[in-house]
Design a protein around this ligand. Sequence first.
Ligand code: ACO
Length: 297
Amino acid sequence: MNTTDAWIRERTGIVKRHIAADDETTLDLAEAAARQALDAAGLQSNDIDLIVVATTTPDCVFPSVACLLQQRLGVTNSSPAFDVQAVCAGFAYALSVADNFIRAGSSTTALVIGAETFSRILNWEDRNTCVLFGDGAGAVILEASNEPGVLSTHLHADGRYAELLHVPNGVSRGYDVVQQQEAFVQMRGNEVFRMAVRKLQEVVVETLAVNNLDKSEIDWLVPHQANIRIIAATAKKLDMGMEKVVVTVHDHGNTSAASIPLALDTAVRDGRIKRGEKLLLEGFGGGFTWGSALIQY
Ligand code: ACO
């Protein structure tokens, strides 16, 4: 392929990424992340009364990854389980949905997962996309509590830009009549880049305003990991030094809905993020979709 390691590092910040084994699926990655989250929270499977999986690369058309996962984990309490599809903003969407279920009193303990095998929808001959994405999964558990946790979430979409970043193929359009490359990610990277920077800056301002917070009160930015230059632009808007930004794009590439929980997990486990700190999560993806969550960890 006509690309270089230097180009990829310089333009994206990606040094390595992970690709699922041939016999591994999104469900396998989701299950591994879910089991680690249950262990970390000291919970049993049947304590979970809601599963929301953010994914654009489910194992099959149906059942959802969330339903398949419910069975894998041995959750037998008949609680709801479903997928949310908002591409790289998927985790912000799933977190917001679960938070609202808990706020409404419909659920008490939610398992929220971002899981992707994006490698399966890449055209490995398209240098504009195939160097960017990786596979992975991350999970969090939300529990109803009187203590502050998810302080607010903010979701947006603008379908007018669908064709700047999409996989044109689909179930209803018919797989057999479309050209092969339409089964894969197509992106006008430059235009997506400009829009991502603008919309992420707007959602950061919106999140601070709604919570009546000054930017100096945010302890950690945990952004979607698409491109180090997009991340740096958002940090600049917050007057935040890069030492306060959780960056994993060099290790994971863009794992779409999995990138925020993977970054969060990395910084919690290595001790950077501590209890009580304020985290700003944000993501932008195909649709366009974008969103944020302000969390007191
Ligand atoms: N290797 C070498 N050259 C390349 C490669 C590559 N892998 N890919 C593109 N180029 C070339 C282009 O063809 C172009 O060449 P030209 O000037 O001769 O036409 C040149 O590099 C510059 O291309 P740009 O697209 O302007 O490069 P840019 O600096 O914008 O970086 C990138 C491209 C990394 C894709 C960037 O635009 C980006 O990160 N975009 C946003 C991605 C994103 O955030 N997506 C949203 C989430 S993903 C989701 O929701 C699924």
